[in-house]
Ligand binder design. Sequence first.
Ligand code: NAD
Length: 450
Amino acid sequence: MADRYASFAHSGPGRAVIRRLGLPDPPKLHRHRPGEPLVSGPVLLDGAPGGRVGDAVAKLLAAAGVELAEPAPRPLPDRPRLYAGLVFDATGITDPAGLRALYDFFHPYLRSLYPNGRVVVLGTEPAAADGAAGTAAQQALEGFTRSLAKELRRGATGQLVQIGPGAEQNLESTLRFLLSARSAYVTGQVLQLQAAPVAVPADWDRPLAGKIALVTGAAGGIGAATAQVLARDGAQLVCLDLAAAGDALAAVTNQVGGTAVQLDLTASEAPGRLAEHLAGRFGRVDVVAHVAGITRDRTLARMQPDGWDQVLEVNLAAVARATEALLAAELVPDGGRLVAVSSVSGIAGNRGQTNYGASKAGLVGLVRGLAGELAGRRVTANAVAPGFIETPMTAQMPRVPRELARRLNSLAQAGQPVDVAEAIAWLASPGSGGVTGQVLRVCGQSLLGA
Ligand SMILES: NC(=O)c1ccc[n+]([C@@H]2O[C@H](COP(=O)([O-])OP(=O)(O)OC[C@H]3O[C@@H](n4cnc5c(N)ncnc54)[C@H](O)[C@@H]3O)[C@@H](O)[C@H]2O)c1
């Protein structure tokens, strides 16, 4: 379903009207194209005194070919240099007074960000900070970053990465995602990075080379985009969907050079058949992306029992059973990656979606449980929670709620399936071993998903 308002806003006359009336002004988001550099210009890196990650970040960005800039002497010239990214190491902030360093760094440079620029604040996990004053200071970074993200303009995004003790060496995959155009629709998010043995990809453009990836719900929407992005990143794809979606599934599978599995995941024999297929063809599955999902929206008072049952079955129970079967058959090797597609409705709740909200919150619980159980084998389990994404599912929504959902986020537009796919690909990367048990919202900082 075309976003006519955004097309109007991007036209010359439309832009003038929108500005004059103070209407939401959706910026043109730049998305990653293969062969592009990690960032499109210089990155300014600075930090509060005593920070523990700045040096490691400088080294890894320089090795990745990023042009690093030093802060200019103050006052800044009238026509200051422009930056593609502002990265601030705030790990050295140990008490509330130290928070002034955020103001001092960001205030003069915010007008010097490229369109689609990137802001990344690096902090310490508040629980690992020193004493109450340290915990307060590190927690403050969350409110700062989420608020700043709401002030950024022209497609710029801002995130906070909380780096656990010993996790300094695991930053590369996460920084590459957050600084690049791969995270175009991710903003205002807080991620935790843990210490873990991490495999560094030989080629960051094909981090999944040699990996087998299963994508459920691959016939269309977010699932099809996920299959395409994982294939771009080098994975060999197994694409699963209902027999009723067979033609679309075949088209996606051909496009990515993968194999198709027609299966209703809710069928009692589905977990066994899936495990058998993967065991027979490949002997393993390195990446499992649970994308299949349905909605049957009604307020609880009006909901029929099968509307409840179907949603809980497809979105949660079938996912849990399939995962259990793959793990029981020992098909997920050490270092495997499990990713489930949740929803902001599962985080913030949504009227008319008690069934869907329960199923999607359940998925968050599932990945957290799996992350704990599988940590010893370096298998990670995470969820992505999309906001409003342009897919066949959301095209069915009534016009007014659809238009509201498109605008009520910091980027004033809906996301594209590829935005969710890029987040899944980042979590699937061998370099992302320090990220587990987490939920990343891909929602343009939706006001509906607090
Ligand atoms: N589109 C959004 O805005 C949005 C927002 C939040 C979360 N999500 C979630 O993202 C996922 C993908 O959504 P989408 O918008 O691409 O939807 P979609 O309807 O385009 O795709 C879902 C796919 O899942 C398949 N599927 C459904 N039941 C199945 C079953 N029993 N077995 C196997 N396959 C089955 C469908 O055939 C379909 O191809 C879903 O889990 C959805 O809940 C979407």
